[in-house]
Design a protein around this ligand. Sequence first.
Ligand code: BGC
Length: 340
Amino acid sequence: MNKCFFVFAGIIALTMVFLAGCGGDDGGGGEAAVSSEIVIGLSLPTQREERWVRDRDTMIAEAERQGIDLRVAVADADMAQQASQVENLLAQGVQVLILAPHDALAATSLVEEAAADGVPVISYDRLILSDMVDVYLSFDNERVGELQGEFITSLVPSGNYIVMSGAPTDNNAALFKRGAMKYIQPLADSGDINIVTERAVDNWLPENALNIVENALTANNNQVDAILAPNDGTAGGSIQALSAQGLAGEVPITGQDAELSGVRRIVEGTQSMTIFKDTRELGTAAIQAAITLAQGGSVDTNSVVEGVPSLLLTPHIITADNTDLLIDSGYLSHSQIYGD
Ligand code: BGC
């Protein structure tokens, strides 16, 4: 009886392997059919900044191209929401998790849960502060800050500075600031630069940046010469505060993300620069890395961040003089930036 059962089970198993093999040959392009068995989970922290919409769209398109099943969850800058979404993805049996954390520290428990299920984790754009992360894919974030700091200090080597950094829950915020302060701090130490306000922008919210700049302007009788804003969203809030005092375009200010609104402000002269990080490249790399991990391979990296093997892409500075970099790469079109 038992013997019969095993023979029968064996035949069923062989048939399944055979059918799976046939499935692999269906559809002509072997790659797509083989990877159709792969299920990947993607958890993003927000869609508030335009860049995160691109990250999501790129990954969905690349997953489709590769024929894999991508399950997407987006939290509204809320860690509790992101945690339950990730738990849900794990319950769905995803084989790899791509996780861009809202909170670098709080997300460590999610990495542990994934590891307990044998699911490798790709920390996406923002580092999760856990040594159990399998690979980190991002841009050279300290370099982002260096580009901002170098730019603003060469334009304004002395005077009153407002120095803002991003959300304290985001590891990138510390890296951006560290890079920028390499240029600002020595001039503050020598007394050339006077930092009148130094604040983190909670949750990266533009309205929080607006309040910080508004208060700094009031406290200093509008005597502010330069602003370090960590991204285009916070630059936008700051420029609103400047504008209310008739100072938009008078005070050099940094940004990051090459958001359409940011680039338009650069062209009209109210924002001084932004940073172009091609999130299409990052999204594509993440899907490819997830497939590699699902197949048991190891991902190519070029760096190590906090002990985690990392692939860091190169950020580029954008000013009014080189918007062609955005146009030529198809990131934004000429008519989007300049109108028709
Ligand atoms: C990203 C920036 C983004 C910011 C706010 C950072 O982690 O690297 O591109 O502007 O988060 O979402």
